[in-house]
Design a protein around this ligand. Sequence first.
Ligand code: HEC
Ligand code: HEC
Length: 213
Amino acid sequence: MSRSWIYPALLSVTALFGAAYAPQAAAEGDAARGKTLGYTCLGCHGVPNYKSVYPTYSVPMLAGQHPEYIVTALKAYKSGERGHATMHAHAVTLSDQDMQDVAAFLSGSAIKAVAGAAPAGEIPAAVATCSACHGREGIGIMGIYPTLSGQHADYLEHTLEQYRKGGRRNGIMAPFAGQMKEADIKIVAEYYAKQKPALQTVPRRKTVLSAAQ
Ligand code: HEC
Ligand code: HEC
């Protein structure tokens, strides 16, 4: 193969990938449509400190979460990569477009790290590995990395156990969780839970997004 052939071929692969990727990255969910679709979700995600039972842990907060991550999570419940009966039952009713729209509504707008702000409390050593994706204070550095700051500590602990035990089979997160020392799980979960700006429960009457009103 001559170089002159390889270069144009590589360029066209990049162009194809770019073309396939760009519209998806740019696509914004329709929060107004998502508000109608997301009404049932508020029965759990719109109730402050609502607990799931057997096992008991807090239902995750979604307001301020990255919408891209909300879509990824819903796809994982739909496909079974994440084993959770209730969320699977909800996710299978949603098309990809529905997921984008409901994510735009539930997220409101993604919270961002405040430049120069000091983290709350001492930074545990175990967080060093995690910061590359989740940020030092738990704000996911890209839309596909979940924001953890202000999330319920017991939920974060539960998810880390799930990645370790196989209830969540994500190829990126499972190995990181697997390498954690048991004792660090609680410490790390509590650290992220107290960081700001914090994720919130989705407001039930007045949404955080004026577009949805
Ligand atoms: C009966 C209560 C209930 C309802 C209703 C419900 N959820 Fe959930 N949701 C949960 C629980 C519990 C979890 C945590 C599951 C786990 O452990 O992975 C969860 C997890 C999630 C997550 C993952 C969050 C994260 O940080 O990874 C998303 C996204 C989500 N739900 C969206 C929705 C959407 C969208 C709807 C409506 C179509 C909905 N949920 C309806 C209880 C509920
Ligand atoms: C290379 C990037 C990367 C690194 C490093 C990383 N994570 Fe993650 N993390 C992810 C991704 C991607 C997900 C979403 C996985 C999924 O879809 O289930 C995730 C999910 C999570 C979740 C679940 C959040 C939720 O809302 O359900 C927790 C908790 C978490 N990570 C904690 C950690 C901790 C603690 C560390 C360090 C020991 C760490 N992560 C290191 C990429 C990373």
